[in-house]
Write a protein that binds this ligand. Structure first.
Ligand SMILES: NC(=O)C[C@H]([NH3+])C(=O)NS(=O)(=O)OC[C@H]1O[C@@H](n2cnc3c(N)ncnc32)[C@H](O)[C@@H]1O
Ligand SMILES: [Mg+2]
Length: 430
């Protein structure tokens, strides 16, 4: 590894210190007999200046080097309030590792072009900021989960059945059998709670969703928790504590990156327990009062959720959905058989659903009945039904879409920008 100083670590108090930098040419301009190069690395940028009198050779290299060329620069730090970070490097040596004559991404590049060359778009400091925030949010989640006694497990991705409906399964040939890409690790987490009680996993989940909305991917990162002995209210408390910790910790560690995308942090600061809770019935009434044509029993889509979020300035829960619009594994509400003990967490500012969760049906007979009601074959879920035969317990869990949470925190206009290489119905390459 090159013994280098990171760009963001070049400070005014290093005046006179000799440093070696390694990175990529981010910006370049010639002013009179000087060449200014803003060098970029993973930490940020620093201004370097090349003068003929300092080194003829380095000056000539600086004049010819192209944007996004990889370079190693040596020089002396000089405090200068006009330079980003208050200091610049007066360069006297440059090694061009690889010169780039023309970098295809220009200022006016369209979103579609950026996605076509996503492998080059990852040079962008803004993209790096998104990935740093996403990584920090997951690091915060891990911190919280470890501190609160949750065990990480590693469920399979190659599976034999649907969790969230057969219409969004990706099917593949598995030797002489049929397999699917996992839509959710939930069923396997439900098996794990009989030994570990409180489990979680971060896995890629796959949905053959044809819906081309700003919040759907065909592959997304899915943070899922499952706990024995917990009912719906218990798991909602877990959700709001976990999400609050993820958001507040990210503000603590990555505030500059977050502020690159949003100046108003109010809804993030408001993300502290307890989150507001409204029933599905109340949600329908609110929507109807705002002129939305929706009847009780209908599902809320992105548009309805967007309108609903206008009522809140923090994430909030909607609970008590009608049974027929929710998944087979959800426990019927003992007080109202039309409903299930399920709740979604919606993010404000128009983002909507970021978490889907519920208390699970723990009765063998009722679960068989729900599977049949949904037109599925209990034989396909024999192992899953066994979980209700051998020491069944009340249990609950949820799934958080990591890209959706990041998209809200950074106010991204599409969830695809929150993933390294977005997968959508029209995108499988690069
Ligand atoms: N362990 C569980 O209880 C999870 C449960 N089986 C489940 O998959 N619920 S979910 O379908 O609402 O998906 C959960 C979350 O997963 C995210 N999600 C769900 N589908 C997508 C797509 N297509 N793209 C991006 N993100 C998606 C979104 O935030 C949802 O709230
Ligand atoms: Mg959902």
């Amino acid at each position: 590894m090159i013994d280098k100083v990171y760009c963001a670590d070049v400070r005014p108090d290093m005046e006179g210190k000799r440093v070696k930098l390694a990175g990529w040419v981010y910006r370049k301009r010639e002013v009179g007999k000087k060449v200014f190069i803003v060098l970029r690395d993973s930490s940020g940028v620093v201004q370097t200046v090349f003068k003929r009198e300092a080194s003829e050779e380095a000056y000539a290299e600086a004049k010819k080097v192209g944007i996004e060329s990889s370079v190693i620069i040596e020089g002396t730090v000089k405090a200068d309030p006009r330079a980003p970070g208050g200091a610049e490097v007066q360069a006297d040596k440059m090694e061009i590792v690889q010169n780039v004559d023309f970098f295809p991404i220009t200022k006016d590049a369209s979103d579609e072009f950026l996605l076509d060359v996503r492998h080059l778009h990852l040079h962008s400091p803004k993209v790096s900021s998104i990935m740093k925030v996403k990584g920090t949010m997951m690091a915060a989640a891990r911190e919280w989960l470890l501190q609160n006694g949750w065990y990480e497990v590693f469920p399979p991705i190659l599976v034999t059945g649907a969790v969230e409906g057969g219409s969004t399964l990706f099917k593949l040939k598995y030797f002489d059998r049929t397999a699917y890409l996992s839509q959710s690790a939930q069923l396997y987490l439900e098996a794990a709670i009989f030994g570990l009680e409180k489990v979680w996993s971060l896995t890629p989940s796959f949905r053959a969703e044809k819906s081309r909305t700003r919040r759907h991917l065909t592959e997304f990162w899915h943070l899922e928790l499952e706990a024995a002995w917990m009912d719906l209210n218990d798991i909602l408390k877990v959700e709001e504590e976990l999400v609050s910790y993820m958001v507040q910790r990210t503000l603590e560690l990555r505030r500059k990156d977050v502020e690159t995308f949003r100046k108003d942090l109010k809804t993030l600061r408001n993300t502290v327990p307890p989150f507001p809770r409204i029933s599905y019935d109340e949600a329908i009434e609110i929507l109807q009062s705002k002129g939305v044509e929706i009847e009780w029993g209908e599902d809320m889509g992105a548009d309805e959720e967007r309108i609903l979020t206008q009522e809140f300035e923090s994430p909030f829960f909607v609970y008590g959905y009608p049974k027929h619009i929710k998944a087979f594994y959800m426990k019927e509400d003992p007080e109202d058989p039309r409903k299930v003990l399920a709740a979604d967490m919606l993010a404000p500012e128009g983002y909507g659903e970021v978490i889907g969760g519920s208390q699970r049906e723990d009765s063998y007979e009722k679960l068989v009945q729900r599977i049949l009601e949904e037109g599925m074959d209990p034989k396909d879920y024999e192992w899953y039904l066994d979980l209700r035969k051998y020491g069944s317990v009340p249990h609950s869990g949820f799934g958080l879409g990591l890209e959706r949470l990041v998209a809200w925190v950074l106010k991204l206009d599409h969830v695809r920008w929150a993933t390294l290489f977005p997968r959508t119905p029209s995108r499988l390459y690069p």
